[in-house]
Design a binder for this molecule. Structure first.
Ligand code: EPZ
Length: 421
C-alpha cells in the first residue's frame, strides 16, 4: 500500500536527532562480507529499506544474517547460488557491488545489470572493464553479468571517479594475485571507511582518500567488527531543516567533519558543538553559485536539499548538477510550492537559477529519487500550510524514521495511506 506524508509547515523545530550510520558505506560493507568465511560485524548500521534489500540478496546467496538493534552480523561460509536476482538488484543499484567480492572469493558471479534509474543511464563500464583488466571473463546474458576467472593484479585508470566502480574494484583486488593500482578513484569518506574495514579484515590497501589506491592481494580475509561512520548526507539534511525552521535541533551520533559541505557552500552557517550535540544555525543571507562534483567537490546527493535553502535566500542563486544528467526532478515540485526556479542545459549539465526570498506555501507534490524526496520534506517544513508528499517509499530507502525523528522535534508530519489515485 502506497503511503504519503501530510506536512503542516511553519513551526520552528527543537529537540535532538540521532544521526544514523552512513547508508553509502554500510551497503558496501555488507557486500564485503562475501570476502571472508568469518563473521563481519557492523556497528552503527542504519536500519533502512536498502539495508533490508541487500540482506535479502545476501541471504538468498547463502549468507547468515543477524540483526541486533544497529549491529548487523553477516557470515558467508559458502554460496547457495552465484546469482543475484534481477527483481532484487533492480530495486537497489548498490547491490551491483556484490560483483567484485563474489568473483574474487568464489571465481564466479552472476549479477543482474542494475539498469538505469531516474537519475540517468548509470553505466557500469568502469566496473566491467576494470574486472576484465584483472583477468575476469565477462559475459552478458539475459540481462545478467556472468563474471568468471581467477583475478590478478592490474594497473587501471578509471575514466571518472565512480564511487561504486572504485568499491567493486578495490574489493575484487583484495584477493587477486599480485598488486593492483587504481588511478582516478573516488575519494568519498565512505570509500575510506570501506577500505579501513577491509584493512581490519586483513586486506593490504594504501592510498585510500587520494587519487590512487594500491591493493596487494592476499590469500584470504578474516572477519572483524567495524563501526560505520556517521551519515554526512543525513547530517546536513537535518542541519538544513534546522536552519529553514529557525529551530534548535541538536544532532547527535555525528561528527564535525560531516558538516563540511554545508559550511563550505554556506559560510554564514555556524556549527555549535555543545554538550547536547551539534547545532547548525543561520541565518543565511548571501546567495550562492554551486556546482556538484565528485568528492571533495559538492556531493550531488546534497544538491536538492541545498536548493530548498537557496529558495529562502533573497536574490539570485545558481546550482548546477554536473554529475548526473537528470537530477532536477525536485524543481517542478518546488515550483508548485511557490519557488521561483528555472533550469537550463549548459553544455550538457543542468543549471538551476533560483530567485530566492519567496516564502513557500504547501501543495500536493510527488517524490522521485531519494534526495529529491527529502528536499520536499524540507520545503514542507518551512512552507505555510499543508504539503502532501506522495511516493515516500523513496525516503525510507535512505532516511531511517525521518517522520518520527522530525515529529519528536515538534514537526507535524502524518504518514498516511495514499488516497487511491
Ligand atoms: C554512488 O552512486 C552513490 N550511491 C550515489 O548516491 C551518489 O549520488 C553517486 O555515487 C555519486 O556520488 C551509492 O553509493 C549506493 P557513480 P554510483 O558511479 O557509484 C559515471 C544516493 O542518493 N559512471 O559515482 O552509482 C555515471 O554515469 C545515491 O545515496 C560511468 O560513466 O555513482 C555518473 O555520471 C544516488 N561509468 C558518474 O560516473 C561507470 O561504470 C558518477 O557515478 C560508473 C559511473
Amino acid at each position: 500500500m502506497l503511503e504519503q506524508f501530510v506536512v503542516q509547515g511553519g513551526q520552528p523545530l527543537k529537540g535532538s536527532i540521532a544521526i544514523s550510520g552512513a547508508k553509502n558505506a554500510a551497503l558496501k560493507m555488507a557486500c564485503a562480507a562475501l570476502l571472508t568465511d568469518d563473521w563481519l560485524i557492523l556497528d552503527n548500521t542504519p536500519v533502512l529499506s536498502d539495508m533490508v534489500i541487500i540482506c535479502q540478496i545476501l541471504e538468498e546467496l547463502g549468507a547468515e544474517i543477524n540483526w541486533k538493534d544497529n549491529q548487523l552480523s553477516i557470515r558467508v561460509k559458502n554460496l547457495k547460488t552465484h546469482r543475484a536476482r534481477y527483481d532484487l538488484v533492480r530495486k537497489m543499484r548498490a547491490s551491483f557491488v556484490l560483483l567484485g567480492p563474489m568473483l574474487a572469493r568464489f571465481g564466479r558471479a552472476e549479477i543482474s545489470l542494475p539498469g538505469g534509474c531516474s537519475l540517468g543511464v548509470r553505466p557500469v563500464d568502469i566496473h566491467l572493464n576494470g574486472l576484465r583488466a584483472m583477468g575476469a571473463n565477462i559475459e552478458l546474458e539475459d540481462g545478467y553479468v556472468i563474471a568468471t576467472g581467477q583475478l590478478h593484479g592490474a594497473e587501471i585508470m578509471l575514466h571518472c571517479p565512480s564511487v561504486t566502480g572504485t568499491e567493486n574494484l578495490v574489493m575484487a583486488a583484495t584477493l587477486a594475485k599480485g598488486r593492483t593500482i587504481l588511478h582516478n578513484v573516488a575519494k568519498e569518506p565512505e570509500i575510506i571507511d570501506l577500505c579501513n574495514c577491509l584493512i581490519k579484515m586483513g586486506a593490504k590497501i594504501s592510498g585510500h582518500g587520494t587519487d590512487t589506491i594500491i591493493i596487494d592481494g592476499v590469500d584470504n580475509l578474516q572477519g572483524t567488527t567495524h563501526r560505520i561512520i556517521p551519515d554526512r548526507l543525513e547530517t546536513i539534511t537535518y542541519a538544513i531543516a534546522n536552519i529553514l525552521t529557525h529551530g534548535h535541533i541538536y544532532l547527535t551520533n555525528t561528527e564535525a567533519w560531516c558538516f563540511d559541505a554545508l559550511t563550505s557552500c554556506f559560510p554564514e552557517v555556524k556549527i555549535h558543538h555543545t554538550d547536547f550535540g551539534f547545532l547548525a544555525e543561520g541565518p543565511v543571507m548571501n546567495t550562492v553559485n554551486l556546482t556538484t562534483a565528485p568528492y571533495p567537490g559538492l556531493a550531488t546527493d546534497l544538491q536538492a536539499q541545498m536548493m530548498v535553502l537557496a529558495t529562502q535566500i533573497p536574490g539570485t542563486s545558481y546550482i548546477t548538477e554536473a554529475v548526473f544528467e537528470n537530477r532536477m526532478m525536485h524543481v517542478p515540485e518546488l515550483c508548485r510550492m511557490g519557488a521561483d526556479i528555472t533550469v537550463e542545459d549548459i553544455q550538457g549539465t543542468n543549471r538551476a537559477t533560483i530567485h530566492g526570498g519567496v516564502p513557500l506555501s504547501g501543495a500536493p507534490v510527488m517524490a522521485t529519487d531519494l534526495r529529491a524526496s527529502v528536499s520536499l520534506v524540507l520545503a514542507g517544513l518551512c512552507a505555510k500550510g499543508q504539503t502532501t508528499i506522495s511516493r515516500i517509499y523513496h525516503l525510507d530507502r535512505g532516511y531511517h524514521a525521518l517522520d518520527e525523528k522530525l515529529n519528536a522535534c515538534g514537526a507535524n508530519i502524518d504518514r498516511v495511506k495514499q488516497e487511491a489515485a
